[in-house]
Design a protein around this ligand. Sequence first.
Ligand SMILES: Nc1ncnc2c1ncn2[C@@H]1O[C@H](COP(=O)(O)OP(=O)(O)OP(=O)(O)O)[C@@H](O)[C@H]1O
Ligand SMILES: [Mg+2]
Length: 380
Amino acid sequence: MEIPAYFPRGWFAPEAFSEPQQLLAAFFNSSTVGLAILDRQLRFQAANGALAKMSGVPAGAHLGKTAQQIFGDLEPLEVTLQHVLATTRPALDVDLSGRLPKRAEVGHWIGNFFPIKDGSGKVKQIGTIVVEVTNQKKLEKSLHSLTARLLQIKDDEQRRIARELHDSLGQYYVRLKMNLDVLSRHELEPDDKAELFAQSMQVLDRCISETRTISYLLHPPLLDEAGLASAVRWYVDGLGQRSGIKVNLYVQQDLGRLPEKVEMGLFRVLQESVTNVHRHANSPALDIRLGRKSDQVTLEVRDYGRGIQPAQLKRFQETNTSGGVGLAGMRERIHELGGWLDVRSDKGTIVTAKIPLTRSRKKSITRQHRKGKSAKSDVA
Ligand SMILES: Nc1ncnc2c1ncn2[C@@H]1O[C@H](COP(=O)(O)OP(=O)(O)OP(=O)(O)O)[C@@H](O)[C@H]1O
Ligand SMILES: [Mg+2]
């Protein structure tokens, strides 16, 4: 077959166009992007199934209708089509948004509109290619709000640490300085001197213990040194004392060491789940289970509190948004490690994180070797 002069030279082998009508039909019928041909009055002459799915109108029912009748006030569709007619040039990658007459919620599309000219160069029709991007836009939006929320949380966290440092350690240091001032400037009776020394030692002990608590909560050193089981036990001990919640901890006896990232990920899931219980659940008790079966490690945090509202839980399951970043962040973290996170709520709430171990086991061995430590088992 002779390739018509208007095809760019060298782009096609002649046999590619040997059956032009079948070719067009195959493209139209099989495409998952919306395809349509409009006349100069912007009436549909053809629309494929994918476009029908987007518009909510059967493909055949498009014929003879105008773009406005099918797509309503989708912005900026009408203006773009008129522009193609007026300039005889294509309009590419046009962002389209709006509520279509047959669809309930606002949608988003990217459209390409190109002139189809007759032999004299006059625009006879407009070819249209449309891709729906509503889900991507939704994800983008939730990612934006998640990022904003993360930054907010970081600010809050830094403010909290600053306040804690100021109110606790700061006050102790002031006390110490005053004591040292008195000791250095005044002639004191031996008994008074001894008392001031003893008092200063007490204050110093509190400084050491506060520093340790703050630093442990930011990053428990036990996690690196002794492993997840020990860090979890340390965390749970402190929690029992701080919160008054009765915590039942079940850690598998031969849990052993896990890859560094898995230990960190599970520890953060534990911290967030427990913080949620403390803040939202009003639960008298809490069960924490940590175990390992062949090549999978599982952490379960269960409370017996008021539970998560069904609508809120559904939103989290479907869109990974929950109003905060705690649940979504946990899920992201666990997905990053190749695992999955499930949140259920009935009588109380159960957060379960499962991570396969095969992928990163090699890394863990390398890490232990590098630190010159042997794998250590933790006993419940
Ligand atoms: N254990 C729980 N019991 C009851 N409700 C919960 C529990 N965990 C979470 N929720 C509900 O789910 C919502 C979302 O939790 P998420 O951890 O994502 O955010 P948050 O705790 O509100 O804020 P943050 O971003 O600081 O974590 C909470 O606001 C709360 O209403
Ligand atoms: Mg939270």
